[in-house]
Structure formats: structure tokens, C-alpha cells
Design a protein around this ligand. Sequence first.
Ligand code: S3P
Length: 451
Amino acid sequence: MPKGFFVRPVKSLRGKIVLAGDKSISQRAVIVSSISKGTTRIENFLFSDDCLSTIKAFRSLGIKIETDSNSIVVKGNGLYGLKKPTRPLNLGESATSLRLLSGLLAAQDFKSILKAAPSLSRRPMRRILEPLRLMGAQIRARKKKTKNWIEEFAPLEIKGTKLKPIRYKLPISSAQVKSAILLAGLYVKGNTQVIEIFKSRDHTERMLRAFSADIRLDPSMISLSGDKELSTPRLIKIPADISSAAFFIVGSTIIEGSEILISSVGVNPTRAGVLNVLKRMGADIRLFYHPEKITGAEPVADILVKASQLKATLIDCPEIPAVIDELPIIMVAACFAKGNTIIRGVEELRVKETDRINSMVTNLSLMGGQIKVRKFTQSDSGAKAFEREEIIISGPTKLEASRVSSFSDHRTAMSMIIAGLAAKGNTVIDEISCISKSFPNFIQTLDKVKN
Ligand code: S3P
């Protein structure tokens, strides 16, 4: 018997599911409550590998964090209450913790060293180091020459210092870069301003507002006035993770006879672009919004999905930040859609946990998917032209089982499991332990709705 995880096709996916909390919001809740004054209870917290890395890091920075079955209690020490860690902080595979913490620790009055697991140590850090250094941050990183520039990587050696405000236009759409600057900006006297070309997820801005930070959100710019204590709202309820929900939404769309209800999902428009994309493709998705509450300040809805025939769509560059983590499962959906689905401006996928263009194109092609990747040139409002990438998927294709690989990437693994459920024959995935990075009980949840 060959080794690996076996996926057998199912008749349908049916039932009601409750998913764990959003990964991005859980991490921000720990970070911001740790530097606020008072105790914060964070309910429906996601206990995944990445979020546990964040908790561990803040415990090493002197913060008391208690955990129970689905919530945590953080005893914040105030803006200037973090303690010098006695050892390097190891953020494991969590890029969000590593990048956000770099901003926060750059402004402390102590030194710290941030280490990462091997795969995160291969992911680019220059994107955060550039703006932080403009603020005066003193950070040393491992350098390596790439084709066009010198890139920098973890481990990062941070000599905390007083920072100054900047006005920074993000050259790439990245919530992690934006958040690193804003967290550093909390310690800066004066106004830190961030301008985005295309809006990335705004969870940090919402979290900071929930903690009464002096933050202004204009359509074209975020301004934060720092050096002010944050006050805790005492209770944060984390909505279910739309990125986790996306696997069930696509699964129940492409598998005939399916019907799934997912409760209390975060549907923040800067994050939940997958819903618009799938609706444009003809998916039968209905949202039942919860009445707005102040805690967490994130929009929440129950999502009802029924199987339907899909048609191709165009996902253009401005929409990419709102679907960035869902592109692997959208690629699966596109194989089942009639026509050519074009996804433009996907090059950021190259620097995720694995190169997700490579992982998904390789796997889906092995299963019979019709996928091409092309380069195109885009000029930045007439200034400099830069090379981008687009994916074209032609469908519909009845996918056929194959032996595929997770490439040790959680989202590739879960996408291929859903593809396998809808394919002909038994698909085998080499290993799927990486799923615990974001969705430890994915398999159990799936087993509940399989028919
Ligand atoms: C995240 C931002 C995105 C996303 C990642 C989580 C965050 O990364 O892909 O999974 O929590 O801020 P980038 O900021 O690199 O786009």
C-alpha cells in the first residue's frame, strides 16, 4: 500500500458546521491585547500552530496568557510593558507573527532576536525591513543575492530604538507589511501614514480601533498617532475563518447534491473576496448577516451554500489582495467552471509557504486540469513597468485521481483534498500534517459532512 493520505470521492457534502476562529484576527488579538492595559478575553480563538507561536512569543515577552478549550485570557501590560526576552523568539512557520512582531519589537528599549522554521526562513523580509528602517529601526537580517536585488531573511536581530513617523506608500499589497508599520507607529510621537495601492485585509486597523487607538481610516490613507496607551474592550469574539470556510464553500459548490451551512464566518470585504468571485461564477451562496456588534468590529454572517454549475470569471489585480489565500481553492473551482478563468497579478503566490503557483499548477495538471501561467508587464501609473503573472484555467474538466503533493503547504493540502473529493478515482496526497498550521481539525470537520 503506497504511503500518503487517501481521498475517496464523495456523493455530496451536507450539514451544518462550526469552524474555529480566524487566524489573522486571532493573532492580532493576542498582539494588541498584550500591549494594552487590562485583561482581554478572546473567545473562539484559533489554536493552530501559527497562533500558538504568537502566544509563546508574548509569554516570552513577559505577558501572562491563560488558555481554555476555545478561548484565551491575556493580561496586557500596557504599551511599554513588554520585557526583554531571555532567549531568541522562535516564530516557527508563522509569517504574520514574525513580520508583525518585527514592527513592534523595533520600537522597544531592548534587543531581541527573531528566529523562524526553515520554510519561513526562506521567505522575503526586505519588504518589512525597508519601511521599518525608514522609521529608524535597527534590524540586521541574513542577506542573499537574488536575480535582481539583495533579499533579506530571518533570523532578524532587532536593536529596539526610538522611531520616527513616516508616510509610506506600500510597493506591494501586503497586510503584514502594513501591520508591521502600524504596530511600530503605536510607539511613535507623531503621525505614521500608510498608503495602499490595492486595499489589503484591514484586521489590524479594526483591532486597533477596538482598542481605542488614535487611528484614522480614509479611503486612500491610514493615519496613526502613536505614543498613547491602548484600552482593552475586555472581550473579543473571533469570527470563523473565511479562509477555512472557503474549502467547504468550494467543495459544496462543485459536488452535486451538496448543501452546507457554515455559522458565524468573518466576511470582512477586504478579506472575503472569495464570496464575490464564486458568486460571479454562478455559485449558490447566501449570507445571513449577524447584527453588528462592537466587539472585534468585524462583520459576521452565516453562509449557506448549495451545489451549482460554475462559469469562468476574470479576477483582476485589484481583487487579488482580498482573495490571496483562497487562490489555491479558487483554482480548483475554476477547473469545474465553463470557459477560461483568468487570474491576473498572482506573483505573490510564489512567496507563500510554498510557491503556490507551482504547487497548484503541478497538482491540478496531474489530475487533468488545463492550466497555463503567463507573464505580463504592467506599468505603475506610467512610472516603472514591472513583470507580473497570470493564471488561465480552462474548464470544465472532470478531474481524475492522481498521486499529488502538499508541498508541505496547508492550503495546497486542503485544496487538493477538496479536488480529490470531486474527482474520479482515489487521490493520494503525500503528507498533510502541514494542515495544523491553520486548521487542525479540518479532516474531522470534513468527515462530519461527507456522504
Ligand atoms: C496575512 C496577510 C497575507 C496572507 C497571510 C496572512 C495577515 O500575507 O497571505 O496568510 O494575517 O496579515 P501578505 O501580507 O504577505 O499578503
